[in-house]
Design a protein around this ligand. Structure first.
Ligand code: THU
Length: 143
């Protein structure tokens, strides 16, 4: 595992994170929705991890791009995730922001594995904190 990169390296990496997400989306398995999504996670080490949605004939078993990328980063040894970019390459050019935002389940995953990440949406200038996306996350408290 590499050391945490300086801020300048992070800024440079974030600059092409949306392109990484779009490249990941090309490898989606989305024969049912025909809506390919890619995600790219920037780990604290400076490494980038890609994910794409993977659907199944048993529709409920499909998984989202964000969760694939987050799991990959975790298994890659990352304990800190600074940024995540999402690219919906089949969204219409004039699709509203809402059509490109992460789903609720992915927000809960972000809370778990990347609580301090910034979330970037390809084609949009705004980025979001996880707290903005999921203001009152479920947290497990046992009696
Ligand atoms: N999808 C994602 O990959 N990420 C999201 O945050 C929202 C939805 C995928 C799931 C499914 O394969 C397709 O987009 C249509 O919902």
């Amino acid at each position: 595992m590499k050391k945490t990169p300086p801020d300048s390296a992070r800024v440079a990496a974030v600059g092409h994170l949306a392109d990484e997400a779009a490249a990941a989306a090309e490898r989606a398995h989305a024969p049912y929705s025909h809506f390919r999504v890619g995600a790219a996670v920037l780990g604290g080490s400076g490494e980038i991890y890609r994910g794409a949605n993977v659907e199944n004939a048993s529709f409920g078993l499909g998984t989202c791009a964000e969760r694939v990328a987050l799991a990959s980063a975790r298994v890659g040894g990352e304990t800190t995730i600074t940024d995540l970019a999402i690219a919906c390459i089949d969204a219409a050019a004039d699709a509203p922001l809402e059509a490109k935002m992460p789903c609720g389940a992915c927000r809960q995953w972000l809370q778990e594995l990347a609580p301090n990440a910034r979330v970037h949406i390809a084609g949009e200038t705004r980025s979001f904190s996880v707290a903005e996306l999921l203001p009152h996350p479920f947290t497990l408290r046992r009696p």
